[in-house]
Design a protein around this ligand. Structure first.
Ligand SMILES: NC(=O)c1ccc[n+]([C@@H]2O[C@H](COP(=O)([O-])OP(=O)(O)OC[C@H]3O[C@@H](n4cnc5c(N)ncnc54)[C@H](OP(=O)(O)O)[C@@H]3O)[C@@H](O)[C@H]2O)c1
Length: 248
């Protein structure tokens, strides 16, 4: 039975895209559960009231995440219908400038924690006959660039993970899906809104709505202007053909 009001867990839901999705899905009648490191007192009062559950946790701390998800399941009768792995560590610098701790943290937040949460919730979603896992990737996961070694590679890994588990779930037909949404840059770390900010957030929310209804599995969906997508596609094509020519 597909519940009409779903328990939706959003990581990194205190601000940015996560908070936008939380407000949107709450207005659609869903119960919103959030994991974020932001102190609850720092949330706007109207937003605090909107949330069914808020837990403060560092998503880079595996043991703490395990504890939180167990607590969240216990207080929601074992039912989390939708998992949106949204939190991301946006760390950019030359690879050799990262220390070992920063490398581990970025891999943990952007890749290992989404896997851990997926692993914890999948069996229960299957048991309930309904589940939607949506991973927030990035257009940066489609192609590496200078200073993006950690960010691009962890987002690429998340996309390929999504495709792989999506193939398994499509074959099993148990009512559970996993897909990824990969937006283009919409905001700097300093909070400055980039061109297309509103449109990116709206398109992402619309894509989430579609994925909640759809049975599609393993899709990696870019959210970007047509111009940007065309540019990305032509770069990919040029690279591929130059590689073919080099082989001859
Ligand atoms: N912004 C962009 O241009 C862009 C483009 C493409 C894809 N994305 C992806 O979209 C997602 C959301 O991006 P955003 O810009 O909306 O995010 P954001 O505003 O930077 O972060 C959203 C929330 O996640 C929290 N968070 C980050 N790391 C955490 C951790 N280790 N433990 C607990 N909470 C943590 C943040 O807390 P703090 O404020 O304390 O960091 C913040 O409250 C990310 O996966 C990002 O990679 C972003």
């Amino acid at each position: 039975m597909v519940p009409s009001s779903k328990n939706v867990l959003i990581t990194g839901g205190a601000k940015g895209l996560g908070a936008h999705l939380a407000r949107h899905l709450c207005a659609e009648g869903h119960r919103i559960l959030v994991l974020d490191r932001t102190a609850v007192e720092d949330l706007a009062p109207d937003y605090q009231q909107m949330l069914a559950q808020y837990m403060t946790v560092d998503l880079g701390d595996e043991l703490a995440v395990r504890d939180c998800i167990a607590g969240m399941l216990a207080s929601n009768e074992g039912r989390i219908d939708v998992l949106i792995n949204n939190a991301g560590a946006r760390s950019f610098q030359e690879f050799s400038a990262f220390d070992a701790y920063e490398i581990e943290r970025c891999i943990q937040v952007n890749f290992k924690t989404p896997l851990l949460l997926t692993h914890a919730l999948l069996p229960l979603m299957k048991q309930n006959g309904y589940g939607r896992i949506i991973n927030i990737g990035s257009l940066s996961g489609f192609r590496g660039y200078g200073s993006g070694s950690l960010y691009c590679s962890t987002k690429a890994a998340l996309a390929v993970f999504t495709q792989s588990v999506g193939s398994e779930l499509a074959a099993s037909g148990e009512g559970v899906t996993i897909n990824a949404i990969c937006p283009d840059s919409f905001r700097t770390r300093e909070g400055e809104e980039l061109p297309g900010f509103e449109e990116t957030l709206k398109t992402t929310a619309r894509t989430v709505d579609t994925l909640l209804r759809s049975r599609t599995n393993g899709e990696v969906i870019p959210v970007a202007s047509r111009r940007r997508l065309f540019a990305e596609a032509s770069v990919g094509l040029r690279k591929h053909t130059s590689w073919l020519f080099k082989r001859k």
